[in-house]
Design a protein around this ligand. Structure first.
Ligand SMILES: Cc1c2[nH]c(c1CCC(=O)O)Cc1[nH]c(c(CCC(=O)O)c1C)Cc1[nH]c(c(CCC(=O)O)c1C)Cc1[nH]c(c(C)c1CCC(=O)O)C2
Length: 354
């Protein structure tokens, strides 16, 4: 059932030959699309889109219907469903980003943290099943989770941020408390991703959006080690393999060699890294995903084509590259500029796959 009609993305993740460089866009279902804004209005809120399988399916497929050149779908959900299930109370205030009703700052609250019953996340697994059915093998479906470090920053701070001072203070003053949060979250994420895989996710991505905020000698201890645990905890599917995995530490370009050792199939790159140099540094250990600056999509089709060509040329000949943005597409992107990027990738990438 459900034979894949386009497996270019999965092949590239496994560093197998493909005819062209496959592509998907982080946040490809989102506010830059008028059809998304319409669905959100009908659903009432972003969280209602996530919690209703039919809405989640509709918005997951919107970018694929608009852009036939996309090679993967990503589950419409959020990394913060996990801390929500762990009891922190996720909510969104219009124009302010995510917030939590409770935080993990008091020792007593931290000691009480446990792996939640996956039934609390059943709506996510229902969405995965529904999306797989609707895709009918068009392209593979990516499941995802936040990294324990990135989720911990939200749980400790109670909101998004840039400096994460409470979380970092805990790392230095009470490391055993932060390790308890990270370990409990890692065990939760293992169960969560495995349930997504059992529901039909054909690849998984771990978003370590705030790993780049860690000090050089803290990154491994507080972020990378926990992502390694997760990658090692992924279940084998019917064919005796694990589904391909992608690890993305935003701002993590200094640590690519270490990231390439944890057993994931691919590394995500933000735009601060030259992808050709990254390829030399990781050798044939992992595929690379990235890494166009999403701000380029605010410019002109000519500039977009030039910058796309530069990323492809930097990676060079051969397989193992999944084209993507270096972070999520911004809500101010004109949809036709995303189309220009996708056409440019297809046109310019053929020469590197002969
Ligand atoms: C840090 C993080 C979050 N969520 C996510 C991350 C990791 C990736 C990254 O670094 O960007 C991951 C995420 N969030 C969303 C997806 C859906 C799949 C896709 O990529 O299309 C994915 C993979 C939908 C979303 N998640 C969110 C939206 C916007 C909600 C809306 O419609 O208002 C979407 C489409 C909300 C969200 N969710 C989060 C923030 C900080 C915000 C507010 C900022 C913003 O609005 O962009 C947390």
């Amino acid at each position: 059932m459900n034979q894949l009609k386009n497996d270019t993305f999965l092949k590239a993740l496994m560093r197998q030959p493909t005819d062209y460089t496959p592509v998907w866009m982080m946040r490809q279902a989102g506010r830059y699309l008028p059809e998304y804004r319409e669905s959100r209005k009908t659903a009432g809120s972003f969280l209602q889109l996530c919690k209703n399988a039919q809405f989640a399916t509709d918005v997951t497929l919107q970018p694929l219907d608009r852009y036939p050149l996309l090679d993967a779908a990503i589950l419409f959900s959020d990394i913060l469903t996990v801390p929500d299930a762990m009891g922190l109370g996720l909510y969104f205030e219009e124009g302010e980003g995510p917030k939590f009703e409770r935080t993990l700052q008091q020792e007593a609250d931290i000691q009480k943290l446990v792996v939640p019953d996956m039934a609390k996340l059943q709506y996510v697994f229902d969405a995965v099943r529904s999306i797989r059915k609707a895709l009918d093998g068009r392209v593979p479906l990516i499941g995802f989770s936040g990294s324990p470090w990135t989720l911990a920053t939200y749980m400790v701070e109670g909101k998004g941020g840039t400096d994460f001072l409470n979380t970092k203070k805990m790392a230095y003053a009470r490391p055993e408390l932060l390790h308890h949060i990270l370990e409990t979250t890692a065990q939760t994420v293992i169960q969560y991703l495995n349930a997504q895989i059992m529901a039909g996710a054909q690849a998984v991505m771990i978003f370590d959006s705030w790993g780049g905020a860690l000090a050089h000698n803290a990154y491994k201890e507080f972020s990378l080690n926990y992502m390694q645990k997760i990658v090692n905890g992924l279940i084998k599917t019917n064919d005796g393999r694990t589904v391909p995995s992608i690890v993305f530490t935003k701002g993590g370009g200094l640590w690519l060699e270490a990231q390439a050792e944890i057993g994931s199939d691919a590394l995500g790159l933000d735009w601060t890294v030259d992808i050709g140099s990254a390829r030399q540094r990781v050798g044939d250990k992992v595929a690379l995903q990235g890494n166009l600056d999403p701000a380029i999509l605010l410019s002109t089709p000519e500039a977009i084509e030039r910058e796309v060509a530069a990323v492809l040329a930097s990676y060079g000949n051969g397989h193992g590259h999944v084209f993507n943005l270096g972070h999520g597409i911004t809500q101010w992107t004109p949809p036709e500029n995303a189309a220009a990027m996708l056409s440019a990738i297809r046109a310019h990438s053929l020469q590197y796959h002969v």
